[in-house]
Design a protein around this ligand. Sequence first.
Ligand code: PLP
Length: 230
Amino acid sequence: MHDDAASFASRLATVRGRIERAARSVGRDPGEIRLIAVSKTFPVVRIREALAAGCRDLGESRAQELTAKAAEVADLNPRWVFLGPVQTNKARDVARWAHEVQSLERIEVATALQRRLETAERTLDVLLQVNTSGEASKSGVASSAVVDLARQVMGLDRLRIRGLMTIATLGGDEAETRRCFRELVRVQADLRQAGVVAPDLSMGMSGDLELAIAEGATTLRVGTALFGGR
Ligand SMILES: *Cc1c(COP(=O)(O)O)cnc(C)c1O
C-alpha cells in the first residue's frame, strides 16, 4: 500500500466536504456532526496519519486488535470507540481501552463491562445498537426491547448512555436505508418518552452518510472513505 499522510488528509477533506454539503442542504450545522474514523483492519501507521490529520475518535471492532493498537499509540491519546460485538470474555480489554462502546445490545455484556470498569476505575460512554434492518444476521437489540435494555443499563453507574447506533440494511436502496435511520429516530423518541436521554444518533457510514445526515445523524462512522479500500 502506498497511501501516505497527504492522501489521508485529502480523503478527509473530501469526506468533510460531503458532510458539509449534506448538512447545509437540510439546514443543519455540520459542526454538530461527529466523525469517527473507523480504523479496523488498517495498520498503526495509518492510524498515526489519521491522528496527525486531526481525527481523534477512532473506531475498532475487535477487542484483540483494539488492545494491540491502543497500546502502540497510547502516547497520542486517541479516543477509542468500540463498534463490534463485545464478548463477555473480552470485556476486560474493552473496559481498559475503549472510551465508548456503540455496540451494546445485551445486559450480560453491560454487567461484565461494569465489573471490569470498577476494577480499572474508569467509566464508559455507551450507545445501544438497534437492529433496525430486521436482518437476522445483524447485531443489535430489537426496537421493541430498547427501553427495557436502557433501564437495565441505567442501573450500572460506570456506563453512561449517550445514544443509539444502527447499521442500515446491507445493500438496501435509498428508501430502505432511510427507513432504518428513521426507525432509530423513532426508538429515540420512545426512550425520551420513557425518561431516557439518548441524544447521540450514530448512523451513516462511507456509502450512506448523506442520507444519515438528512435523517438526523449526529455521529458518522467512516472507514473506507477515509482510509481507502479494506
Ligand atoms: C466497519 C464499520 C463501519 C465503517 O464502514 P465503512 O463502510 O468502511 O465506512 C461503520 N460501522 C461499523 C459498525 C463498522 O463495523
